[in-house]
Design a protein around this ligand. Structure first.
Ligand code: ADP
Ligand code: MG
Length: 183
């Protein structure tokens, strides 16, 4: 049996429901995982991250001494929260030593993940937050799609869907054909 590629969609109707999506991801996260968040300003990337970090035990973030674009939370596992909004081609994200943090068992969560240079996000869980209808973003509804090309995430698709259902946001459905529903 081959598990399909992870592809789930959920609609949230409040910031707290989006925090719940972060908590659901936290329920299945493993040390060394990378989560890439995309969506325009105000989509809810930070809200989702806060839910994820809080569910893992949160704590006060320590700011990287050299880069304010990375905060490390002493959760279990630790979460390195990176914001690539202002990362340009000339910026050396390598200096953040994210690969070393991952090897040490941290989870790396990246806002504007599509701007993360290099291959660190190749096996990541990708969370795209957008409007359920036409833009602009509505006041309180968000469409969140969770996808990954990685087998490690396909294997967790059912657990993630169950955690999302427990978290209580709107209907969870397979995001696209081949989303892992085959027996
Ligand atoms: P980003 O980090 O993507 O720029 P933020 O998480 O900082 O966005 O902000 C999201 C904003 O949208 C917050 O002001 C939040 O209160 C609001 N909001 C309204 N509805 C939702 C929702 N369903 N999910 C997340 N945020 C929402
Ligand atoms: Mg943000």
């Amino acid at each position: 049996m081959t598990a399909g590629r992870l592809a789930l969609e959920v609609v949230t109707r409040s910031p707290s429901e989006t925090r719940g999506v972060g908590a659901a991801i936290a329920a299945v996260i493993a040390p060394g995982d990378v989560v890439l968040l995309s969506g325009e300003l105000g989509a809810g990337k930070t809200v989702l991250t806060k839910g994820l970090v809080a569910a893992l035990g949160g704590g006060e973030a320590t700011t990287s001494p050299t880069f304010t674009l990375c905060h490390v939370y002493p959760s279990v596992p630790p979460v390195a929260h990176v914001d690539c909004y202002r990362v340009g081609p000339a910026d050396d994200v390598a200096d953040l030593a994210l690969d070393e943090l991952l090897e040490d068992g941290a989870v790396v969560v990246v806002e504007w993940g599509e701007r993360l240079p290099g291959s660190l996000g190749a096996d990541a869980l990708e969370c795209r937050i957008s409007s359920p209808g036409a833009l602009p973003l509505p006041a309180d509804e968000r469409l969140i799609t969770l996808t990954s090309p990685a087998a490690a995430w396909s294997a967790r698709a059912a657990a993630l869907a169950a955690a999302l259902a427990r978290a209580g946001p709107g209907a969870v459905r397979p995001g696209e054909p081949g989303g892992g529903t085959a027996p």
